[in-house]
Design a binder for this molecule. Structure first.
Ligand code: CTP
Length: 403
């Protein structure tokens, strides 16, 4: 089950060479359980076949203002009404000009005029065309009509030119679609999230760490952004893409994470400590690679600062302090340990996480968590994708904020 399951997306394709790229986007939407109906302009049909789009979307493709099969229907009105969101990608300079001036001279432009739901527009064209004052004025005009523009990337184009105008990546569009459907209940919040493992070096080529991938923290960052928050992610080494619209500060050690968290506190209203911080670090990191040869080697460790505990202590002395959310990674006595950490670290909410199973462990795409809050409420969240679990955590946080 995805957050997009059963959403009805009307997908408008216009005449740009990037049309071939969106065939994959249609598949991605269907994989997430969306119902997709494709509308193509005449020029779009010269770049990619309606047959391809019909097969990929699983629905007939609409190209004409007037239906030959059912002349009594009014396609532009029915299509606009029957869908939750209109996505226009790639959007050519010509279509953007049509939308800017409210022209209704083809099916797609007429549907846009008749749509009352969200309209997302992904421009794609040669960079000189994109930067032309006429196109820029048209983009500003459609923005003022309430359409959301997902700006194109910079790079090499099919025509050989280089610059802004390349169709954006799917991840940015997915995030924009999810944002359009998400409640904007974190719109006034400045959220700070830590994610991933830390690495504690003992010589220039070796370190102490853990198997955290950062997936849960990155999902929290993406979903907070979807719900309108301004998000800063402080991430230990992770190989994930930073979610669109999220500011990311990369760190390596627990000490670096601690410094960055404390430096960001002033402007923060909610802190979520999803990082798997190494509790210990080598006492004497070596400047040069430790050579083999000894039969045994022992590695003295010293304790790292407990960043969350320090935040909890500061919270005790401060009337106005960010809402504090911690995680508890447990392999046994989950609830007992979670409740202990909630109290000892003076948290508002703790997310208790079973790290022993394959569906809920460090690198899993899914998670099953229990939420314990400062008022004694306990919520069992079933096995969900980390993105859906993140939304359930934000639901609990917004309930706390309201209280
Ligand atoms: N945490 C932290 N700094 C540390 C250790 C943990 O900020 N040095 C935070 C984690 O980000 C998490 C919470 O504290 O939000 C609990 O982490 P966890 O590893 O479950 O527990 P610990 O406090 O380290 O205790 P233990 O290892 O004994 O279970």
């Amino acid at each position: 089950m995805s957050l997009l399951t059963d959403k009805k997306i009307l997908f408008g394709i216009t005449g740009s060479i990037a049309a071939y790229k969106v065939a994959d986007w249609v598949r991605a939407l269907r994989r997430e359980g969306c119902q997709v109906t494709v509308v193509m302009t005449e020029s779009a049909c010269r770049f990619i076949s309606p047959l391809t789009m019909a097969a990929l979307s699983g629905n007939p493709v609409h190209t004409d203002m007037f239906s030959a099969i059912a002349p009594e229907t009014i396609p532009h009105i029915t299509l606009a009404k029957e869908h939750d969101l209109l996505l226009i990608a790639p959007a050519s300079a010509q279509t953007i000009a049509r939308l800017a001036h409210g022209l209704a001279d083809n099916l797609l432009a007429t549907i846009a005029l008749a749509s009352s739901g969200p309209v997302l527009v992904c421009p794609a064209m040669n960079s000189v065309m994109f930067q032309h004052p006429a196109t820029q004025a048209n983009i500003a005009a459609i923005r003022s009509h309430g359409y959301q523009i997902i700006k194109p990337d910079c790079g090499k184009m099919a025509c050989g030119d280089e610059g802004p105008g390349r169709l954006t990546e799917w991840e940015n569009v997915r995030q924009a679609i999810l944002t359009a459907f998400a409640p904007q209940d974190l719109a006034n919040e400045q959220v700070l999230i830590t994610a991933g493992p830390t690495r504690e070096p003992f010589d220039p080529v070796r370190f102490l760490s853990n198997p955290s991938t950062g997936k849960m923290g990155y999902a929290l960052a993406a979903t907070a952004r979807q719900r309108g928050a301004t998000v800063t992610l402080i991430s230990g080494p992770a190989s994930l893409n930073v979610p669109p619209g999220v500011r990311c500060i990369q760190v390596t050690t627990a000490a670096e994470m601690q410094a960055q968290v404390m430096a960001s506190l002033e402007t923060t209203t909610i802190v979520v400590k999803a990082a798997a911080v190494s509790d210990y670090r080598p006492a004497e990191p070596q400047a040069h690679k430790v050579k083999k040869g000894k039969a045994a080697l022992s590695l003295p460790l010293i304790a790292n600062p407990d960043i969350l505990k320090e935040l909890g202590e500061r919270k005790r002395d401060s009337a106005k302090f960010p809402v504090l959310i911690g995680f508890a990674a447990e392999s046994r006595d989950h609830l007992k340990e979670g409740a202990r950490k909630l109290q000892e670290k003076n948290l508002d909410l703790i997310v208790v996480n079973d790290i022993s199973g394959t569906e809920t462990g460090f690198a899993a795409d899914t998670n099953r968590v229990t939420l314990l809050d400062r008022n004694g409420a306990q919520e069992e969240v079933p096995l969900l994708s980390k993105e859906e679990a993140a939304h359930r955590i934000w639901d609990a946080v917004t309930r706390l904020l309201e209280a």
